[in-house]
Design a protein around this ligand. Structure first.
Ligand SMILES: *Cc1c(COP(=O)(O)O)cnc(C)c1O
Length: 467
């Protein structure tokens, strides 16, 4: 019995946790967190954990960041919330101005939602509604990539490709068109990322050629398919996709919920392809990891198709109660200030290079098929058989062993299946990266031992779970 135990017991009596088979907690202790500071989380026993996954990819400047805290406190004393229909406020106006400024040219209007999945729903509905308002009601299908993830609400699940959802909730889902992902893990041996991603575009081209008359939009996670195992591809694919969407009269939706705000090495992933999507969906790091909020940016052309006399019934009548919450806007403004004042994107280059060198030795590990990286995201793919890249059966939950080892060592490393990854806050130090690499190496050694075995009673591999 330690100081965490009473909290665990009280929790399990009343809580149902996300992305969790609750029965796991019969043998896997919950980790009650008392406080956070910088990259560290601290439990009730005073044990610290280095947050290597930015608390599900949201935290970019550390926990309890003094600058973000101060800005939220200041906002709290003047206005905590006001509805955004018919009313407005300074933080939401300033944030919208700045998002329009820092995103690629052409994105001119910002619509808010209160979490990533809802932001995706907004983009999907707006796209179809645009075509409806433009006299093309038949454009109502969405094209999506295999292995993609766009959130948990029903339409967002429909454009995703996570087995858990496509199996379990099949009866509820929209009818989408799936195209093979440009995922470079799957490239033929000896082929470069660019060539592979370019080759994979042929399937997209064909789908658009056949179906463009009924397609509203193509939705992609640019450069990194996050929940699908941090699978990565080359920006050439996005460039070709932009050209094809223009040619075929189809919208392009960039879900930069996970990759926006510097994760891929540029502020937004679309910059690497030199393109502007029709819809750019942002969330997660938007508020520095403090408060739930999503922003959907779009063009004047899209906005214009809704702008008319009320009686024409062309308005976008979608609303979330907490739209544009001032405290979340204040957190986002403070976050953007840090990006601007601390030259974060530039400084991250050295950190990203350090992540590469600290993990380079893992490429030679007999059960590591690949160590891949895009900017501040690095993934290590554990496999049963290296030459053939044969995956471990998900039932073996090898990633879970890495997770458990890391917790013991004081790190929060939460693999996606057999993919161990670092997606750390940008305030991490080179020494802390070395620590993570050491912990990951040890964990991978343990998890890939021939004698490894684990009791299993989960029905499904979980997309965000160390399953
Ligand atoms: C996390 C995520 C979402 C969903 O965001 P929520 O805030 O969890 O609803 C959607 N798309 C991508 C790419 C994500 O990583």
């Amino acid at each position: 019995m330690n100081a965490n135990t009473p909290w665990m017991q009280r929790d399990l009596a009343v809580l149902w946790h996300p992305c969790t088979q609750m029965k796991d907690h019969e043998r896997l202790p919950l980790v009650p967190i008392r406080r956070g500071e910088g990259v560290w989380l601290e439990d009730f026993d005073g044990k610290r954990y280095l947050d290597a996954v930015s608390s599900w990819w949201v935290n970019v400047f550390g926990h309890a960041n003094p600058r973000i805290n101060a800005r939220i406190r200041e906002q709290l004393d003047s206005l905590e919330h006001v509805m955004l229909a018919g009313f407005t406020h300074q933080p939401v106006i300033e944030l919208s101005e700045r998002l329009v400024q820092i995103t690629p040219p052409g994105l001119a209007k910002v619509f808010y939602a209160d979490n990533g999945s809802s932001g995706i729903e907004v983009a999907l509905k707006m796209s179809h509604h645009y075509w409806l308002n433009s006299g093309q009601p038949q454009k109502k299908r969405f094209v999506t990539l295999t292995n993609s993830y766009h959130g948990e609400t029903v339409a967002a699940m429909s454009v995703g490709d996570v087995a858990l959802f496509t199996d379990t909730y099949k009866a509820l889902l929209l009818d989408t068109l799936k195209v093979a992902s440009p995922d470079c893990y799957l490239r033929p041996e000896g082929m470069g990322w660019e060539e592979h991603s370019r080759n994979m575009f042929a399937a997209m081209e064909q789908t658009l050629a056949e179906h463009n008359h009924e397609v509203a939009a193509v939705i992609v996670e640019p450069l990194i398919q996050g929940a699908g195992g941090m699978r990565m591809y080359h920006p050439i694919y996005l460039k070709l996709l932009r050209e094809a969407c223009d040619r075929y009269g189809v919208h392009l939706i960039h879900d930069e919920i996970a990759v926006g705000f510097g994760r891929t090495g540029t502020m937004f992933a679309c910059e690497q392809a030199g393109i502007t999507p029709d819809f750019l969906v942002l969330s997660k790091a938007l508020t520095g990891g403090y408060l739930p909020m999503a922003a959907v940016l779009t063009t004047d052309q899209v906005y214009g198709a809704f702008y008319d006399d009320y009686a024409t019934l062309r308005a976008f009548l979608h609303s979330h109660t907490y739209t544009g919450n001032p405290l979340a806007c204040a957190a986002a403004l403070a976050t953007l200030d840090i990006f601007r004042d601390d030259q974060v994107i530039q400084r991250n280059q050295a950190l990203a290079a350090h992540m590469a060198s600290a993990t380079a030795h893992l490429k030679d590990h007999p059960h590591v098929a690949e160590v891949r990286q895009t900017g501040m995201a690095l993934a290590i793919e554990m496999v049963q058989d290296k030459p053939s890249k044969t995956a471990y059966p998900w039932q073996q939950r090898r990633g879970l062993a890495v997770y458990q080892h890391a917790l013991q060592r004081g790190a929060l490393l939460r693999p996606l299946g057999s993919v161990v990854y670092f997606l750390p806050p940008y305030v991490i130090t080179p020494e802390q990266i070395d620590f993570l690499a050491e912990v990951a190496s040890e964990g991978i050694d343990i998890a890939t031992r021939a004698s490894f075995s684990v009791a299993v009673d989960n029905r499904y591999p979980d997309h965000r779970d160390p399953g």
